[in-house]
Write a protein that binds this ligand. Structure first.
Ligand SMILES: O=C(O)CCC(=O)C(=O)O
Ligand SMILES: [Fe+2]
Length: 323
């Protein structure tokens, strides 16, 4: 789906080579339309920024983190069966899932994490069972629905602010965003006391999405790659990290960057994060100068094929026009 593994041109630096202060551009959601020049620069030079003043109640974030933590404490078998009557699926060891939420071909390195995959559109069109209302899964479901609505709201406004650029004297990008494609991932990365060079919570990758919006707890571990170096993303309460994905890079003809990132494990503490990912409709063709016309479903199929044959995601390179 939105993830997998980039093998080449990544400097797998040791943990101590990672730079501690993130220096990320900060975008105030309430003023996003007045800060378009700053947003444009963040997308061009960074492909990642911090979002503040987003209007999602901190109570909702805290409750969702707490409830998710409790769900992860269930046994493996219980977690697999928890949401059998809903589109939510449980996965572990790899974030690369097919469109039904099932793990794709296992990657070479098993990543140390587990999660719930939540396709929001399907979730909203099915009803939670009545007699279950006081249970933990039911309250998770209620919280995640509410959180999902907020994320769609953020994504729509951010996408518009990024792509409608005429007031800045720039050309608009077409409106490829389809909110019905949005899904959430709730991840738990366990504490791992014996860390070695190849144990990662999530290997270096770019997202396939147009836009991804991440919320991490205070343990930290998310890192991004810029100008040849890795940087820690400082965990700051009540803020989100927005990163651009491959499809945003494609629609902008490489003007905007799909940023490489990864997740480091912590020796002492488990970590929780929640990601929202949004795409164009599956069959909508993306037209640009530098890439042959392709749809998200072509892109996904190519990633799946590359995972099975070469063992990692080749990504946008596969669709670049030659010459
Ligand atoms: O857990 C995180 O902070 C990052 C997750 C991520 O990069 C992804 O799901 O693509
Ligand atoms: Fe990612």
């Amino acid at each position: 789906m939105s993830h997998s593994y980039l093998d080449s041109d990544i400097d797998m630096s040791k943990q101590e080579d990672v730079i501690d202060s993130d220096n990320l551009p900060v975008i105030d959601f309430q003023c996003i339309n007045e800060e378009k020049q700053k947003l444009h620069e963040a997308c061009m030079d960074w492909g990642i920024f911090r979002l503040v003043n987003h209007g999602i109640p901190s109570g909702l974030l805290n409750q969702l983190h707490e409830t998710s933590k409790q769900l992860f404490h269930y046994s493996f078998e219980a977690k697999q069966g928890l949401f059998s009557n809903s589109p939510i699926t449980y996965f572990r060891g790899t974030p690369a899932l097919d469109s039904q939420g099932r793990a794709l071909q296992p990657p070479r390195n098993v990543e140390c994490m587990e999660g719930f995959n939540v396709p929001l559109n399907q979730l909203l069109s099915t009803h939670a069972s009545q007699d279950d209302d006081a249970s933990l899964p039911a309250s998770f479901r209620g919280l995640i629905e509410e959180y999902g609505k907020h994320q769609s709201r953020l994504a729509e406004t951010i996408y518009k602010a990024i792509t409608e650029r005429q007031n800045e004297g720039l050309e608009d990008f077409p409106s490829y965003l389809s909110l019905s494609t949005g899904f959430l991932r709730v991840y738990r990365y366990p504490a791992v006391s014996q860390l070695n060079e190849s144990s990662w919570g999530m290997d270096a990758h770019t997202d396939s999405s147009l836009i991804s919006i991440l919320n991490q707890d205070l343990v930290g571990g998310l890192q991004y790659y810029r100008l040849g170096r890795w940087f820690h993303v400082c965990p700051i309460p009540n803020t989100f990290i927005v990163n651009l994905g491959d499809l945003m890079q494609a629609i902008s003809d490489d003007e905007y960057k799909s940023v490489k990132h990864r997740v480091r494990l912590n020796k002492h503490k488990e970590r929780l994060s929640i990601g929202y990912f949004v795409f164009p409709d599956d069959d909508r063709l993306i037209h640009s100068q530098r890439y042959k016309p392709f749809s998200y479903s072509d892109f996904r199929a190519q990633i799946q094929q590359d995972l099975e044959t070469v063992g990692y995601k080749v990504g946008l390179q596969r669709f670049r026009r030659s010459g």
